[in-house]
Design a protein around this ligand. Structure first.
Ligand code: TXA
Ligand code: MG
Length: 340
């Protein structure tokens, strides 16, 4: 299959092009498209055969449910049989935006989308290309991140082409994504609401709107003992995450880097800008200033992918602070560092 790359300027949307892509969705084909978080691999969420193709292209197991993307809040009531007041409050506060709500599903939603669960994940993305595509397709669009299963998520159209080129009909190229980490996944079927995946909307921000917010047990345990985590978001290189206080962290990273270098490995370090000079004997890529977690999030996946492109075998990453978007970044780094 030849994958068509359709370039659309996100600042000046060409509706004719959007309609071409929407036609593909209507015909049950796969179209990768930008959202504000990461690129998604889209299919008509109400067409089971089309949704099945997503799992095939990504090599994703069928027990991992998908997010349905909508462009109008009314759609929430078509996809869910029960929208609690807290869900509406959150949707009004954060949509369009990087928040995914998990609610009781309606009969309209097929089991393949939800992996046989009684719940469905729904989000309204804050990206004009994505919103226009959903509107023109006149159907909710199911879309996981547009990468091969378990691998680093894509923040540019080139990343998508690297993983899925030749396997999907179309990629809309709408520049690099702004947020850079996926949406926060929030279960609103329970009280208090529960974060299942840290993401683009921080826990602090959620608390401002709903007061109490719980963190899922899995997420919390993952933070305490990263060894228990399943590998996800992984680069091809082996990733080692060093979580220590400042000087100890730098010392440990230098020691590990020297050791692997001596063994003949091509070793790279992913560091905060302020620490870059402390690794001047090694190859370093900067994720951003440690105090600018938004920028670090936006750079995270692109930096990991660039190590792979340049043939690095080992990546040693500095840990970041765990507030705001730092929580989402650390969740991803810990999973990326988990044994494959
Ligand atoms: O930012 C994002 O959320 C991106 C863009 C494309 O929108 N999408 C994305 O999709 O990250 P994906 O498939 O890579 O991750 C979806 C996450 C998975 O961890 C999945 O297990 C969870 O959402 N999920 C989906 N439906 C669920 C449900 N009914 N209950 C619990 N978790 C669910
Ligand atoms: Mg994903």
């Amino acid at each position: 299959m030849k994958t068509i790359i359709l370039k659309i300027n996100p600042k000046k949307i060409n509706l004719t092009k959007i309609k071409i892509a929407a036609e593909e969705i209507k015909k049950g084909k796969l179209v990768a498209f930008p959202t504000e978080t990461v690129y998604g691999l889209g299919a008509d969420a109400l067409n089971e055969k089309a949704v099945a193709k997503i799992f095939q292209a990504k090599e994703r197991p069928f027990n991992d449910p998908l997010i349905a993307h909508i462009a109008d809040i009314k759609e929430l009531y078509r996809l869910s049989r029960q929208v609690p007041p807290v869900a509406l409050k959150l949707a009004k506060a954060f949509w369009p935006g990087p928040l995914t709500l998990v609610l009781k599903k309606s009969e309209l939603v097929s089991d393949i989308v939800t992996a046989d669960l009684d719940t469905v994940a729904v989000r309204m993305p804050a990206d004009n290309i994505a919103l226009n595509l959903i509107r023109e397709a006149k159907t909710p669009i199911a879309a996981p991140s547009a990468n091969l299963f378990g691998r680093t998520s894509p923040t540019t159209a080139q990343h998508v082409a690297d993983d899925l080129g030749g396997k999907i009909e179309m990629i809309i190229d709408g520049d690099r994504t702004k947020v850079g980490v996926e949406s926060t996944v929030l279960d609103v079927t329970v009280e208090p609401v529960r974060v299942l995946r840290a993401g683009g909307i921080s826990v602090e921000k959620l608390k401002e709107v709903v007061g109490q917010v719980k963190i899922s047990k899995e997420l919390e345990e993952g933070f305490r003992s990263p060894g228990m985590l399943n590998s996800h978001y992984s680069p091809q290189a082996k990733l080692i995450l060093v979580e220590k206080k400042e000087d100890a962290q730098v010392g440990e990273i230098r020691r590990l880097a020297s050791e692997y270098k001596a063994q003949g490995f091509k070793v790279g370090i992913m560091a905060k800008e302020e620490n870059q000079y402390r690794y001047n004997r090694f190859e370093v890529k900067v994720i951003g200033k440690g105090t600018e977690l938004k920028i670090c999030a936006a750079n995270l996946f692109a930096v990991l992918r660039s190590f792979d492109k340049e043939g690095f075998e080992i990546i040693i990453a500095e840990g970041l602070e765990e507030h705001g978007l730092g929580l989402a970044i650390m969740e991803r780094l810990r999973k990326a560092a988990a044994p494959k």
